[in-house]
Design a protein around this ligand. Structure first.
Ligand SMILES: Nc1nc2c(c(=O)[nH]1)N[C@H]1C(S)=C(S)[C@@H](COP(=O)(O)O)O[C@H]1N2
Ligand SMILES: [Mo]
Length: 490
């Protein structure tokens, strides 16, 4: 088939414009996620001051106590979706990515099925010098008339092929490398990219490359014959009705901008309902992707991070200070709710139970990581003693510390997660008793999960049929207050 016959079939035009709409969501929400910790690193320790680039004027004074939450930025809703919420930004990113990957797959399958790939994927090395010639033509403003190539010039061909077959897969793969559940089960996967933070940095560089492509692409579409180009990508031909094609093309762009603006406005106006809508969209994918993931992390002691960033300030009450003073002798962990044996464990009781240690990577939802050693009691040991009843579906971990609404900080996990390997109640960190800033006397470590689930300064664990009784009923303090997505069952 020759290119003149092939032209711009309807499926290319439709997937092109759907891609445009979805990329807007993906990029804007991605920028929102970056705003949560706008510093990029080449290694997974994230030592303050070692970032290779940052997008914030805040200075961290290592002499003063600080927590990661204070580094979170609100960026303008003109560039970030929705501008003020990491939780909703993540959910917009994930929801849009699902459809973006689907749209991309449909495009690629049809591209190969129809033979159209031959005009994108070069079949001869001569494309490289040819592309160089086109490049020098462009930069010296000797623009070839649109349509003088059939249909793409060599530079265009290379650029499109690189974006579709190199850049887009790279963004998908480096995105997946940032998942704590994936890294927990397959630590080698993030290492392919040089580590979790290198994957995050490459993901960002990929965004910059994508933005560069969009700017050049749009510029060339405009300057090399706007009417002909719009004719091709809107109506599939440029022989007639170019004015109509331009009007429709600009209309699609205006409509997309309106949709981004409207969804951003709604996310800011009704964050709770947006959280529920997006949660329902991403839940099937979340279920599929986290299916049967187990943490199997075994880092070496020499990989332990020199320091670990903090999140959440220690409880500021007289009672807690008294507990610290008394070496937590007066503290006990309560097990309550839907169990046959409600129980209570002092620190000495817990230390007398079977001990498990692990060296694992902590993933804060904001984007930073750190490797640490943890020691404590597997949660399965506690479960075997307290015997959850049939109706118990979640464990609610409740802290002595308060959340931003002044309620005890709490987070839930589906009960099956208690039996996963590397889910422990830790009283030891880096071979020392857990310190106050990191959660003394006891904190949760659930190593397939994000950091916010790992409640510090534990007071009690409540076995419940549903988490709706706690706080606003979204599954935990951070789901309630920051609109994070809840964890789905394994
Ligand atoms: N009680 C309580 N536990 C908490 C938090 C908190 O604010 N309060 N923050 C969570 C978050 S968001 C993270 S990333 C980790 C950080 O653990 P670290 O401070 O030991 O590094 O603790 C989690 N546990
Ligand atoms: Mo976090």
């Amino acid at each position: 088939m020759n290119d003149a016959q092939y032209g711009f079939p309807a499926w290319i035009r439709v997937t092109h414009w759907i891609n445009f709409l979805l990329m807007g969501f993906v990029i804007r929400a991605g920028i929102q996620i970056l705003a949560a910790y706008p510093r990029l690193y080449w290694n997974d320790h994230c030592i303050p001051g070692t970032e290779w680039i940052k997008f914030t004027r805040r200075v961290i004074n290592p002499e003063l106590p600080w927590i990661a939450r204070e580094q979170e930025e609100d960026w303008s809703p003109l560039i970030a979706q929705p501008g003020n919420s990491l939780g909703l930004g993540r959910q917009w990113h994930f929801a849009a990515i699902g459809f973006w990957v689907l749209n991309g797959l449909i495009y690629v399958v049809l591209l190969f099925a129809s033979g159209g790939w031959t005009r994108l994927i070069p079949t001869s090395w001569s494309v490289v010098p040819e592309a160089w010639n086109t490049f020098t033509d462009y930069v010296t403003f000797r623009l070839p008339p649109a349509g003088s190539y059939n249909p793409f010039d060599p530079m265009q061909q290379l650029a499109y092929a690189a974006v579709i077959f190199v850049l887009a897969p790279l963004l998908i793969l480096t995105g997946a490398a940032q998942s704590p559940a994936i890294e927990a089960q397959f630590p080698w996967y993030a290492r392919l990219f040089g580590g979790r933070q290198t994957a995050r940095s490459l993901h960002f560089i990929g965004l910059v490359a994508f933005l560069g492509f969009i700017v050049i692409h749009v510029t060339l579409v405009v300057v090399t014959g706007f009417g002909e180009n719009m004719g091709n990508i809107v109506l599939g031909q440029h022989d007639h009705d170019q004015g109509l094609a331009i009007a429709i093309g600009l209309g699609i762009i205006a409509l997309s901008i309106f949709i981004w603006a409207l969804t951003t406005w709604y996310s800011r106006h009704s964050p709770r309902s947006m959280q529920h809508i997006l949660g329902a969209i991403i839940r099937p994918g979340q279920r599929l992707l986290s299916f049967r993931l187990r943490s199997r992390q075994t880092y070496n002691p020499d990989e332990i991070s020199p320091t670990m960033i903090l999140n959440g300030y220690p409880p500021d009450t007289e009672e807690y200070k008294q507990l610290v003073k008394g070496d937590f002798k007066d503290w006990a962990l309560e097990i309550r709710g839907l169990v046959d044996n409600p129980m209570s464990f002092t620190l000495a009781d817990l230390q007398a139970l079977p001990k498990q240690t692990q060296i694992t990577k902590h993933h804060c939802i904001q984007g930073w990581t750190a490797v640490a050693q943890w020691g404590g009691v597997p949660l399965s040991v506690i479960l075997n003693r307290c015997h959850p009843r049939a109706g118990a579906r979640y464990m609610m971990f409740v802290s002595i510390g308060l959340d931003a609404k002044g309620r005890p900080f709490h987070e839930s996990l589906p009960i099956e997660m208690a039996r996963l390997p590397q889910t422990i109640l830790a009283y030891e960190m880096n071979y020392e008793p857990l310190t106050v800033p990191h959660g003394a006397p006891l904190r949760l470590r659930a190593e397939t999960q994000l950091g916010f689930k790992m409640v510090k300064w534990l007071q009690y664990i409540d076995f419940v049929a549903s988490y709706s009784q706690y706080g606003n009923g979204e599954g935990g303090s951070r789901e309630d207050i920051q609109n994070f997505e809840p964890v789905v069952s394994v």
